[in-house]
Design a protein. Sequence first.
Length: 195
Amino acid sequence: MDKFSEEEPHKPSFLSRFYTALGQRYQSILDKTVPYLIARWLFTCFLVVFYCVRVYFLQGWYIVSYALGIYLLNLFIGFLSPRIDPSRERDLFYDEDDSPGLPTQNDEEFRPFIRKLPEFKFWYSGCKSIIVGTICTCFEMFNIPVFWPILVVYFCLLFVMTMKRQIKHMIKYRYLPFTHGKRKYKGKENDTIGK
């Protein structure tokens, strides 16, 4: 049998090429939105207001709203959390006898805050979830009857407890979820140089 007589690779089907082209176009549009931070978040605020107004006038879909709130809270915690947890990082840099293996002082070098969930992914996932929640309000099967004040109180308690734990973690390991750039040090004053 000749080695050139083997089958050639199959051409992708029309549907496969169509979905690939559609996915590439969608990704291209998403990539173009990256620099427009304020416009993206204004769009998200519009989606949230639209969802809230819709739920208010329809008087239902409280379970969908609760699930959406929990999911957005989870995204927010990922946005505030560092990629490498400082409590686990300590175990990496300390030897068995609790002496430092590598320099870990805060003043030694600038380390920017790297998030567990980057801002763009936070925005994108949040928008997708709000859109899915809005679509769910179009179907009566998701309108499960529930006493909504209990869900509101439970969500508020969950939010407060989760944020309290996150803020304690920030204080304990001395990090802020926002990087303002490298510190600038001032040189000696002109008076001391002249003397």
